[in-house]
Ligand binder design. Sequence first.
Ligand code: SF4
Ligand code: SF4
Length: 431
Amino acid sequence: MTDEELKLKIAACAKCGSCRSVCTLYPERRDEQSVARGKIALIESSLAAPVPLCPGDTIPLGEESDAAIRDALADCLLCGRCERNCPNQVAVEEILVGGRTRLAGKLGLSAWKRWLFGEMLPSAGARGAIRAAGGFAQKLFLRKVPTESGLHYRFPDLAGLHGRTVPALPPSGFVASLPEGEGLIGEVLLFVGCVFDIVMPGIGRAAYETMKASGASVAVLRESACCGLPALASGDREGALKSVTKNIASIRARSPKSVVFPCGSCLTMFRREVLSLIPEGDPLRADADWVSGRCVDYATFILETGLAGRLNPMPVVEKGSVGWHDPCHLSGTLGRGGVARDLLTRVAGDAFREMAGASLCCGYGGTFNVRDYPTSGRLGANKVSLAVRGGTSTIVTACSGCILQLRDMAARFSTKTRVRHLAEIVRELLP
Ligand code: SF4
Ligand code: SF4
């Protein structure tokens, strides 16, 4: 986005401040720069021409101010609540990501981010190697925490690690565990996503098995890159484009009828963001448009195949004990929360009840969770505690970041609470 385009989008903001009342972060920070209005004003100031004090003199916005604005912009979950509730339909997310990109271009990205977004995430092989090393290290150095959602490992509560827990990394990822020749050809393509492939492969497998049980012929995109959302949100358009180019080319070459996403954030990248990364006139745009139009969420796919009507009844569990957590991207940005609820109603019957605080952000926010884990953790703990107090013992959702966050919170504060992906619930009920 050019500076002029960014200024035009900013001009739609009336600075009314309504976004403050819905901002996920405002109750934590209580300051103007944590909300959309403040962040937009900061970007506006960074775009403004230097102010002449007297003829020939100016006050240029120095690198220090740019760095401060970059930090303020990074302090946001990109949950989109401000945008969805803005009376002027300001494109807040585009403005914030545009501001981050502009400052990343001006100040540069750290070496580790360049490596992560440009080399590691686009490469399936590199991600697998990191997983193997991580799995080995967590067994050696971390303490086990068994939970209802699976084994976790806890970091020590020191040196900024804050007792965070992470899922036990399995010896092999989902794609790597597929037998040779399995899932190579099919009308429907599964885009499993990095987390459900290498960190929680059981969810990738559950999505694959239930999609196959629906009667569709299902292929797995084995050579996928990361969806590109972490790079884009960090202002690294080049890194994001590298992943997007690889994915679009691989998917288009297979010409699937549809591409199914168990993760709502990966789906948002394909449905909403990919075209904005590809310049006008680039031949990749036509392919990206073709692919984007065929991308669907897991619940929509399962409902449309009629599989929900052929499942076994759910074993008796307490009425109202199963709840749905709305991922910000899947439910808020793409509006697919209703479909997920329809599927849960079909499969869980009376056990499903609207969960207290269902639409509250879980506090993960991608890199926000790494940047400020204590705040992210408070938001997540509040979410789980509200759900548990409302009688929910199984939280179901369909986003990799939300599952990482909610399972971490359950492991730390409520080990009996189960956090499941929709596909895991459906797989348990297969005839
Ligand atoms: S982003 Fe929307 S809600 Fe927030 S100050 Fe601007 S116009 Fe008002
Ligand atoms: S995206 Fe979420 S956290 Fe960021 S300013 Fe908007 S409401 Fe607040």
